[in-house]
Design a binder for this molecule. Structure first.
Ligand code: GAL
Length: 702
C-alpha cells in the first residue's frame, strides 16, 4: 500500500507540474529561453536502419554545443506510410534520446511534402498552375491550400502528433509546415476566390468600380464570371492581380491557422512558428506573423559573391524585417554551415565567416542559430548541401570545428539573452506596395529597383550606426524619430495621416520619388501627388522620367543649402520632376531639359522636417544625407565612426547595452572603440584592431 501511495503521489506531482507548465505556456506562448537555441534540421528518418549513426550523431551534437534540433519537417511518409496506419515509435524514441542528452526539439507538422498515397487517393490535392494545367505528384510544397481533402489529412496527422507530444518536456516549439509558398488555380480555389471577393466588395458594381473594369470593356455582370489571373486570360487588370495576391496570402493564412487549430485540439500548448524565406514576394508575411508566436526565417545569402559587407547588409535587412513583424525576438531557423547546393555556384564560407554570419542574427535580435542541416543526406536532391556532420562523419573537419566554436561563443554570450533591439529609425518596406508597383506598367518596365532603393537607405542608416526597423504601412510610427519611405507608390492603411502626424510631432521623414500615386485598389489619385501630403513636403510631383539603362543624370547642390551638401552625385532609372511651394531646394538636376529643377528638398512642417528625394541616386548620396541628418538630430549612436566593411548593432536590456561590432572584411581593420566605460565580453580587440571576420561585443551600462 505504501508503495502504491508513493507512486500515486509521484504521478500526481508530475501531472501537476506538467499542468502548471502547460498553463504557463498557454498564457505566455513564449519560449522563455535561458540559452540561445543552437542546432538545426535533423532527419533521422533517413537513417533508421543505421542506429550506429544515430548514436554517433548524438555524441557529435553534444560536442558541437548543439542544444536543439528541428524534427519531422519532411517525415510524413515515415509517420503515416499507408493511409491511417501511423508509426510514431521511431520519433518518440529519438525525441526521448535527444531529451536524455539535453537536446530539445522543435517539432514540425509534415504538410510541406505529402506522401505518394495521398496524391493518388485524393487527386484534388495536386496544384493547378496559372495556365490551368494540373501538376503531377512530385517535389514538395505543391499542394492546394483550399482542398478539403488535404486539410483533413493534415488535421488528422497534426492532431495525432499533438496528442503524442503535447506533454513531452523536450518539445519546446511547433514548426508549422515548411516555407509556405506558391498558389493554386484549381476550381476549388476559383470558388474560394469568388467568395473572398464577395465578402470584400459585397456587390459586383463596387468591384467593377474598384478594379476600373470599364477599361477595355471588361465589366463583370456577376461574381461567377471571375477567374484568377492567367497568362491565357486576364493578366492586365491590376485590381484583379492585386486582390488575387491578397487572396493567396489569406488562403495560406487560413490553411496555416487550421494546422495550428489541429495542434491545439490535440492538446498542444507549446508556442508555434513557421519559417519564412529571404525577400519572398509571393506572400504578405506580416499577415502570417499575426497568427504565430515566433517569426522564424531561413537565411542563405550568396557570400563571397560581391563585397561581403553588401551581402551582410542585405541579410541584416531581412533579420530586421523578421524582428519588426512582431517587434520581438525572432528565430534564425535555417542557415548553411558551409555552402548550399542549389545556388549557381557552391561557394565555401571562408574561415571565420560562419561565426560572423551566425552572430549577426543574434545582434539583430534572434534567439537562435539553426542550420540546415545536422547530418548531410546520402542521396537525392540535397546530398551535397552543407551540413554540420558531412558524409565523412567525423568531428575533425573545418566546418565541424567552426560550428563548435560558434556554439561556444553563444554560450559566452548568455547574458545577452532577454535584451532587445530598440530602433529610433524605421524604413517602410511594404509587400502590397511592391505587388502593385511592380505590376504598374510604367514608368520603367525593365526594373524599378524597389528592393535596391530600400537597401540604399538601409545601408546609409546602418553606416550611421543606427538600429533600423523594417515596417509596413499598417504599423505605428510613434516610437521612431526618423522614418524613410522609399517608393511608397501605394498609400494604404491611412499611411498619409500617419506620416503627416509623424512630421507634425517633430519626426524626420525622408520620402522618395514615385510615392503616393495610387490607392489600395491601385486606382490613381487625382489632384496631385504625393497624395494628400503636398503641404507636408511643400511640393507637387508633376512628371516622372524613366531613364534607359545607359542614361544618367546628376545632382548639383545649391550653394549654402541648409544640409550643407557640397558633392555632386549621379542618378539613374527614375527622375521625378517637382514644383516646390514652401520646400527649400537643397540640390538641382545637372542635365537634360529639367536641369536646374529640384532634385532634393526639405520642408519644415509642424515641429518636424520632411525631405523629398526626387531620383534614384548612387549610394554615396544616401550616405551623406543620412549622416548629416543623424548628426543634426542628435540621435543616439554607440560609436563615432565605422570603418568600411564593419557593421554595428545594439541590443539593450534594462541595465545594459550590448554593442556588436562585426568586421565583415577578411582582413583586419583599425577602429577606435571607447572602452573606458565598457567591457569587452566577446572577441579580440588589441591595438585598436579588429581581426578579419571577428565580432567584438561590448557591454555598456545604460
Ligand atoms: C530551405 C528548406 C530546407 C532545405 C534548404 C536547403 O529552403 O526549407 O528544407 O531544402 O532550403 O538550403
Amino acid at each position: 500500500l505504501r508503495k502504491f501511495r508513493k507512486t500515486f503521489k509521484l504521478h500526481f506531482i508530475t501531472n501537476l507540474l506538467l499542468l502548471i507548465e502547460r498553463i504557463r505556456r498557454m498564457i505566455q506562448n513564449d519560449l522563455n529561453i535561458d540559452k540561445f537555441i543552437y542546432g538545426g534540421d535533423y532527419n533521422p528518418e533517413q537513417w533508421l536502419d543505421r542506429p550506429d549513426i544515430l548514436k554517433q550523431d548524438l555524441l557529435l551534437m553534444k560536442k558541437a554545443h548543439i542544444n536543439t534540433v528541428t524534427l519531422g519537417v519532411f517525415s510524413w511518409s515515415t509517420l503515416e506510410p499507408i493511409k491511417d496506419c501511423f508509426n510514431f515509435t521511431w520519433l518518440i524514441d529519438i525525441i526521448d534520446k535527444l531529451y536524455d542528452n539535453g537536446i530539445q526539439v522543435i517539432l514540425a507538422t509534415p504538410s510541406g511534402a505529402r506522401p505518394r498515397w495521398l496524391a493518388e487517393t485524393y487527386p484534388e490535392v495536386l496544384r493547378v498552375r496559372e495556365d490551368r494545367t494540373r501538376q503531377l505528384y512530385g517535389e514538395r510544397h505543391n499542394h492546394c491550400y483550399t482542398s478539403p481533402a488535404y486539410r483533413e489529412r493534415v488535421r488528422i496527422i497534426n492532431q495525432k502528433l499533438a496528442k503524442t507530444f503535447r506533454n513531452h518536456p523536450g518539445v519546446i516549439l511547433w514548426h508549422i509546415s515548411n516555407e509556405y509558398r506558391g498558389e493554386c488555380h484549381c476550381p476549388l480555389c476559383q470558388e474560394a476566390f469568388r467568395n473572398w471577393l464577395k465578402n470584400k466588395y459585397k456587390d459586383i458594381d463596387s468591384l467593377n468600380r474598384a478594379w476600373w473594369t470599364t477599361f477595355w470593356s471588361h465589366t463583370y455582370n456577376s461574381f461567377h464570371q471571375i477567374e484568377s489571373p492567367s497568362s491565357i486570360g486576364d493578366h492586365g487588370l491590376h485590381g484583379l492581380n492585386l486582390d488575387w495576391k491578397r487572396f493567396v496570402t489569406d488562403q495560406t493564412v487560413d490553411f496555416m491557422c487550421e494546422e495550428i487549430h489541429a495542434l491545439r485540439d490535440g492538446g498542444a500548448t507549446q508556442p508555434v512558428t513557421t519559417n519564412f524565406m529571404d525577400d519572398y514576394k509571393g506572400l504578405n508575411y506580416y499577415n502570417l506573423a499575426k497568427h504565430i508566436d515566433y517569426v522564424s526565417w531561413d537565411s542563405y545569402p550568396t557570400w563571397n559573391k560581391e563585397d561581403e559587407i553588401r551581402t551582410a547588409y542585405n541579410t541584416a535587412l531581412q533579420h530586421d524585417l523578421m524582428r519588426s513583424m512582431k517587434q520581438k525576438p525572432f528565430l534564425l531557423m535555417e542557415s548553411c554551415p558551409s555552402s548550399p547546393n542549389w545556388q549557381a555556384i557552391s561557394k565555401l564560407k571562408k574561415p571565420g565567416l560562419l561565426q560572423s554570419a551566425s552572430l549577426q542574427a543574434i545582434a539583430h535580435g534572434s534567439d537562435s542559430v539553426q542550420y540546415f542541416q545536422i547530418r548531410q543526406s546520402r542521396g537525392s536532391f540535397e546530398k551535397f548541401h552543407g551540413a554540420v556532420i558531412d558524409h565523412y562523419g567525423g568531428s575533425d573537419t573545418r566546418v565541424f570545428n567552426e560550428v563548435t566554436e560558434t556554439g561556444a561563443s553563444l554560450i559566452e554570450l548568455k547574458q545577452v539573452i532577454g535584451s532587445k533591439v530598440d530602433s529610433s529609425a524605421a524604413i517602410i518596406y511594404d509587400m502590397e506596395n511592391r505587388w502593385a508597383m511592380e505590376d504598374a506598367k510604367g514608368p520603367r518596365n525593365e526594373g524599378l529597383f524597389y528592393h535596391e532603393s530600400v537597401l540604399k537607405s538601409y545601408q546609409a542608416l546602418r553606416k550611421a550606426a543606427l538600429n533600423v526597423d523594417i515596417i509596413n504601412m499598417e504599423q505605428s510610427l510613434d516610437s521612431y524619430k526618423l522614418v524613410v519611405a522609399p517608393m511608397l507608390y501605394m498609400f494604404r492603411s491611412g499611411i498619409e495621416t500617419k506620416l503627416r502626424t509623424f512630421v507634425e510631432n517633430g519626426g524626420i521623414l525622408i520620402m522618395t520619388y514615385w510615392s503616393g500615386i495610387v490607392n489600395e485598389t491601385d486606382l490613381c489619385y487625382l489632384e496631385g501627388t504625393p497624395h494628400s501630403l503636398l503641404d507636408v513636403f511643400g511640393l507637387r510631383s508633376k512628371e516622372i522620367d524613366g531613364l534607359y539603362e545607359w542614361e544618367e543624370n546628376s545632382l548639383i547642390p545649391i550653394p549654402e543649402n541648409s544640409l550643407q551638401l557640397h558633392t555632386s552625385y549621379k542618378c539613374k532609372n527614375l527622375c521625378d520632376l517637382v514644383k516646390t511651394t514652401s520646400a527649400e531646394v537643397l540640390a538641382v538636376y545637372g542635365e537634360d531639359f529639367y536641369a536646374g529643377m529640384p532634385t532634393a528638398t526639405k520642408n519644415r512642417f509642424g515641429r518636424g522636417n520632411a525631405y523629398y528625394i526626387c531620383a534614384d541616386f548612387e549610394q554615396g548620396f544616401y550616405d551623406e544625407v543620412i549622416k548629416k541628418i543623424v548628426k543634426d538630430s542628435k540621435l543616439f549612436v554607440p560609436v563615432k565612426s565605422i570603418p568600411n566593411g564593419v557593421e554595428v548593432t545594439t541590443r539593450s536590456s534594462s541595465e545594459n547595452k550590448y554593442v556588436f561590432i562585426q568586421n565583415f572584411n577578411m582582413h583586419s581593420v583599425k577602429m577606435e572603440i571607447d572602452t573606458r566605460n565598457s567591457q569587452i565580453i566577446l572577441g579580440n580587440y588589441k591595438k585598436s584592431t579588429i581581426e578579419g571576420f571577428d565580432t567584438i561585443v561590448l557591454k555598456l551600462k545604460r
